[in-house]
Ligand binder design. Structure first.
Ligand code: GSH
Length: 221
């Protein structure tokens, strides 16, 4: 099995974390830049995006694209779906808020690429559409703080996708926007991130994720 990821994509990181947590046998992580249209990626995923999980070798290989579908596949294959997948409605709500933040941040990054060709040129960030996304991110982070506060113990005790997503969100925002979205009003999010960020599957996939060292996870981690 091959999982195509990029060094920075939060979608790819989520898929990667879930595949590693699921301990999928024979998993190879391929790190590339989707914006360069690598032929292997485009052959497997017509959208030319990461993540893409190629299940077998050969021309008829099944390919799963879209981070949540890969995460779902990994959870089902793991034999630990109850831990790895969303465990209740509150966790589904939390997941939706996190994915909304990721989509908003990714939209700003796409805007930077379209207007200047560079992910680090921030001129686009002062446009009205970027301001709309930034507003969505700030409101969503406030909501996320409430959701994490209400279920912090459960998220830390049995970490699955709902616990990993806030870490993916916060570390992506820090990489792309520095401290712009940090807030002293979000202590529960900060505590969850601190509690989980050294977990092997999260530490091994932190952006910029340019090399991958296979991890051996002790049971119960
Ligand atoms: N909805 C997709 C989004 C995937 C996505 O946008 N990936 C970006 C990296 S963050 C990508 O590969 N972009 C290259 C492109 O759009 O051509 C998912 O959840 O997997």
């Amino acid at each position: 099995m091959k999982l195509y990821v990029s060094p920075t994509s939060p979608y790819a990181r989520l898929a990667c974390i879930m595949c590693l947590e699921a301990r999928l046998g024979g998993l190879e992580i391929v790190i590339l830049d989707p914006w360069q249209n690598p032929p292997d990626l485009v052959r497997h995923n017509p959208a030319g995006r990461v993540p893409a999980l190629v299940l077998d070798e050969g021309d008829s290989a099944r390919v799963i694209t879209e981070s949540l579908l890969i995460a779902d596949f990994a959870a089902r294959r793991s034999g630990e779906a109850e831990r790895l997948w969303f465990q209740n409605e509150a966790q589904h709500e939390l997941g939706g808020v996190c994915l909304g933040i990721i989509d908003a941040a990714a939209a700003i990054m796409a805007g930077r690429m379209v207007t200047s060709g560079s992910a680090s040129d921030t001129a686009f960030d002062s446009s009205p559409i970027a301001a709309r996304r930034q507003g969505a991110m700030r409101r969503s982070l406030d909501r996320l703080e409430q959701l994490v506060a209400a279920q912090a113990d459960a998220l830390k005790a049995r970490p699955g996708i709902a616990a990993f997503l806030p870490v993916v969100v916060i570390e992506y925002l820090r990489m792309r926007f520095g401290e712009a979205f940090d807030s002293p009003d979000h202590p529960h999010i900060a505590a969850l991130v601190s509690a989980l960020r050294e977990r092997p599957t999260l530490a091994a996939t932190r952006p910029l994720f340019t090399t991958f060292t296979p991890i051996g996870m002790a049971s119960g981690q």
